[in-house]
Design a protein around this ligand. Structure first.
Ligand code: ATP
Length: 342
C-alpha cells in the first residue's frame, strides 16, 4: 500500500489534482489517499494560517505528497506561498527539484527548425538555498530611501549534494549552469564543487555555461542537453523555458525530492493560473505526469509508464485542452487520458 497525501491548494490546483487522483485511481494500483484540502488561500486570508504544525507532521510522516498549486491574487505578501511550499521544501529538506522536459509531440514544439526540436533533458534545480532562502531585509521600507536586500545563499553541503545527484542520474552529460563571472562568492563555490565532481565522474561528459548562454543554447541546440544542474532561481527560470520547448507549461511535471530520506512532493511546474480558474481550461497533463514521477520514485514503474504513454497518446490525437490546440475541458482531457490507459 502506497500512501499519498494530496494538497490541491489554490487556483487551478484543485482542478488538475482531481484529474490526477482520478487517473491514479483508474490504474487499480494499491494507493491510499489522504486529502488536505484545507491548505489554501481562503484559510490564510481568514485565519492567517499557511500550514499548521500538525499538517506538517502528517506530511513528514507520510513522506509522499501530490501537490496542486499555491497562490491567489488576493494574497499580496509572499508569506503565504513561502509558508506552504517553501516551508515544505525546507522542512522536508527536499533539496532536489527534478524537472524533466521531453518533447511529447512534434507539433507542440515552438521551434521552426525540426532539427532543433528534440529536447529530452532534466533540469536539476537546487531547491532549498540560493536567492529564495529568505536571507535579507529592508531599511526605510515604504519611503523613497528604501533599501531592499535579498541574499543568495549557497552552502558547501547544498551545492555538493545537488551536483552529486545530477551526476548520479546522468545518461550522457551534465551541464553546470551558474553566473560565476558576475556572482563572486557563490559562483566560486559552485565552480569548485563542480570541478571536483567532474574529476570523480569521468564516465559522464561535463560542461559549464553561464546562465545567459544556457538560455540561448536551449533555443539553438536543446537536443545537446542531458542533465542541467543549477541553483534555485536559475533552475526556476530555465525549467519554464525547457517546459515550453517540450510542449508547454500545462504539460510540465516536477518532483521535489530528498533522495537520501525518500521524501517527495510532486507538482506540476505551473502555478495557480488565476486567469483560467473555473473555466475548464486548465490542462491536467502536468499534474498527471507529476503523479507518474511519484509512482516511478515509489517503484511502480509500469504504472508510471502507463500514465506517460496515455498522455502522449491523447496529445498525438489532439484530445487535449485549448492551450495545446485541443477543444477538451479539463475533465474531458482527464477522461481521455484515462480512456487511453486501457
Ligand atoms: P502563480 O503565481 O501561482 O505561479 P501565475 O499565473 O503567475 O501563477 P502560472 O500559473 O504558472 O503562473 O501560469 C502562467 C500562465 O500560463 C497562466 O496564467 C495560464 O494562462 C497558463 N497556464 C498555466 N498552467 C496552465 C495549465 N495547466 N493549463 C493551461 N494553461 C496554463
Amino acid at each position: 500500500m502506497q500512501k499519498i497525501i494530496v494538497v490541491p491548494g489554490d487556483g487551478i490546483g484543485p482542478e488538475v489534482t482531481e484529474e490526477a487522483v482520478t487517473t491514479l485511481q483508474a490504474l487499480g494500483a494499491d494507493l491510499e489517499f489522504t486529502f488536505l484540502d484545507q491548505i489554501n488561500a481562503d484559510r490564510y486570508l481568514r485565519d492567517g494560517v499557511a500550514l499548521t504544525d500538525s499538517e506538517l507532521e502528517l506530511i513528514r510522516t507520510g513522506g509522499t505528497v501530490l501537490f496542486g498549486a499555491v497562490g491567489d491574487p488576493r494574497v499580496t505578501t509572499p508569506d503565504y506561498a513561502r509558508g506552504v511550499l517553501l516551508r515544505l521544501r525546507t522542512e522536508l529538506d527536499l533539496f532536489v527539484n527534478y524537472r524533466p522536459a521531453v518533447l511529447l509531440d512534434e507539433r507542440l514544439s515552438p521551434l521552426r527548425d525540426e532539427s532543433r526540436r528534440g529536447i529530452d533533458c532534466v533540469v536539476v534545480r537546487e531547491n532549498t538555498e540560493g536567492l529564495y532562502s529568505g536571507v535579507g531585509g529592508s531599511l526605510r521600507a515604504g519611503t523613497p530611501d528604501e533599501i531592499a536586500v535579498d541574499q543568495e545563499m549557497s552552502t558547501y553541503l547544498g551545492v555538493s549534494r545537488v551536483i552529486e545527484y545530477a551526476y548520479g542520474i546522468a545518461r550522457r552529460s551534465v551541464c553546470m549552469v551558474d553566473k560565476s563571472n558576475a556572482v563572486r562568492f557563490g559562483g566560486q563555490l559552485w565552480q569548485r564543487v563542480w570541478r571536483a565532481a567532474r574529476e570523480r565522474h569521468t564516465e559522464v561528459a561535463s560542461s559549464h555555461l553561464y546562465v545567459d548562454a544556457a538560455a540561448m543554447k536551449l533555443i539553438t541546440d536543446a537536443p545537446s542537453f542531458d542533465v542541467i544542474v543549477t541553483n534555485n532561481s536559475y533552475g526556476d527560470i530555465l525549467s519554464d523555458l525547457t517546459a515550453e520547448l517540450a510542449g508547454g507549461l500545462g504539460t510540465a511535471a516536477s518532483a521535489n525530492i530528498n533522495p537520501q530520506t525518500g521524501a517527495g512532493l510532486y507538482e506540476p511546474v505551473h502555478g495557480s493560473a488565476p486567469d483560467i480558474v473555473g473555466k475548464g481550461l486548465a490542462n491536467p497533463a502536468g499534474a498527471v505526469l507529476s503523479a507518474a514521477l511519484l509512482l516511478r520514485d515509489r517503484g511502480l514503474k509500469s504504472e508510471a509508464e502507463a500514465l506517460e504513454q496515455a498522455v502522449r497518446h491523447t496529445l498525438a490525437q489532439r484530445r487535449c485542452t485549448p492551450d495545446l490546440g485541443g477543444t477538451l475541458s479539463t475533465r474531458q482531457a482527464g477522461e481521455a487520458i484515462r480512456a487511453a490507459l486501457s
